[in-house]
Design a binder for this molecule. Structure first.
Ligand code: PMT
Length: 402
């Protein structure tokens, strides 16, 4: 078993039946040499006593925001600074809602607002509560802010129902937390990503473009950075802020994107083309706004450079991952793109359905490589991007053993 000294975890325990499993979770984290301090909500104390957590963690348990004695020992701000990671297990629907809305109405919620450490939630609740629109919106808001979710799992529930909402087993949570501390899957890897649409100008006020918002590409950039990569993001026009730690280069047209990618591609290890690059641009750019009477009956178009194919064709170029946006026969068209463009991998998505693809908060991917395929089911783009990056890291490492 791995030993990870000097790693400090604040474990927030909320009030659900799975609170009893958090006792075992403390033991399993300590087995991996994490130091654990437990923060309990008032509801959690209805299920398990603070004394139990004190005994298993060998540390005082923190319960109240306004407890003078506890604040004198280690105040909530000190505790927020002390943590290398805040883990909330079980994370109930109530705690998820309070965190999503930034409430500071008890010690755990306040600590989560005050910390700069990563926050990981292990949800646990009735399946209907997990699937409720309000909970889905709260989870998406937290994922967008960089909070991670471990689970929930599916199966029998304490309420007698069966479905998603079970807290993951303590051993799995502890193992996945330990993996985070071991260093990211792309530690030391240089990653270049394209995202967003391009705009192909017809005159100073009109252009050809598509529906891309950049969400998928930005989520991929954030996931790569979180996995330890140095990330550059060549982005078409979007309304999104650059993910933390990512260098963003703004471009407008396919030709500008091609130029910015080509100067960087030779020194990157992995290239991921998530941008929806226009395949054509108007053959002529009118310097002045085209007047109504002069509007051409038909537009002459010329091909734009194929950026991902250009990178894939480079001598000694990076491990190259394309996307494929398809409206039918997704896998067959994606495999054709993999071969025709000389890619190492292709992440194919259906862009003809209302709940995924362009502009949606969610997506689903079929990821193909020469002799393999992996399916990722419909999920928030942030979650999907993390899975995609893990797979890219796996395939990249398989082809470039250290
Ligand atoms: O941005 P969102 O709103 O979140 O939407 C996400 C998305 C649907 C845009 C994204 O998931 C996606 O599918 N991106 C690729 C879109 C696309 O252009 O697909 P394509 O099948 O037309 O192109 C195949 C590949 O060639 C892509 O990697 C594309 O970046 C690349 N390409 C295409 C044309 C070109 N001139 N140069 C390129 O590099």
């Amino acid at each position: 078993m791995s030993r990870l000294p000097n790693r400090r975890i604040v474990l927030g325990v909320a009030g659900g039946i799975a609170a009893y499993k958090a006792v075992d979770l403390v033991r399993r984290l300590r087995d991996r040499e994490f130091e654990v301090r437990v923060v309990m909500t008032a509801a959690a104390r209805e299920f398990v006593t603070p004394l139990t957590f004190q005994a298993v963690s060998s540390n005082p348990v923190h319960c109240d925001l306004l407890d003078e004695q506890a604040e004198a020992g280690m105040g909530h701000i000190e505790l927020a600074r002390w943590a290398d990671l805040v883990l909330v297990a079980p994370a109930t629907a109530n705690v998820i809602a309070r965190l999503a809305h930034g409430l500071a109405d008890d010690l755990l919620a306040t600590l989560c607002l005050a910390t700069t450490a990563p926050i990981v939630l292990a949800p646990a609740m009735n399946r209907q509560m997990w699937q409720a629109g309000a909970t889905r919106a709260n989870v998406l808001a937290l994922l967008d802010r960089g909070v991670s979710m471990l689970g929930p799992g599916e199966g029998d529930q304490a309420c007698g129902e069966v479905g998603p909402g079970r807290m993951l087993e303590p051993e799995e949570i502890a193992a996945r937390i330990a993996a985070r501390f071991r260093g990211g899957a792309l530690e030391g890897v240089e990653v270049l990503i394209t995202a967003g649409p391009t705009r192909e100008a017809l005159d100073p006020v009109r252009y050809l473009t598509n529906h891309s918002t950049g969400k998928m590409g930005y989520a991929t950039a954030a996931a790569a950075a979180a996995a330890g990569a140095r990330v550059s993001l060549v982005s078409g026009p979007t309304a999104l802020p650059a993910p933390p730690g990512v260098e963003r280069i703004d471009v407008t047209s396919a030709e500008e994107m091609y130029a910015e990618v080509m100067v960087r591609a030779a020194r990157c290890d992995v290239f991921i083309a998530a941008a929806a690059v226009a395949d054509h641009r108007p053959a002529r750019f009118a310097e002045q706004k085209i007047k109504k009477g002069d509007t051409p009956a038909a537009l002459d178009l010329v091909r734009t450079p194929d950026i991902v194919a250009g990178v894939a064709a480079m001598d000694g170029g990076p491990f190259t991952v394309g996307f494929a946006a398809e409206t039918e026969s997704v896998q067959a068209h994606a495999r054709d793109k993999l071969e025709r463009k000389g890619l190492d991998m292709v992440a194919a998505n259906h862009v003809g359905l209302p709940d995924r693809g362009f502009a949606s908060e969610r997506n689903a991917l079929s990821v193909l490589w020469r002799d393999g395929i992996r399916e990722f089911a419909l999920a928030p783009k942030a979650e999907l991007a993390r899975d995609l990056i893990q797979l890219v890291a796996e395939r990249y490492r398989a082809e470039h053993p250290a």
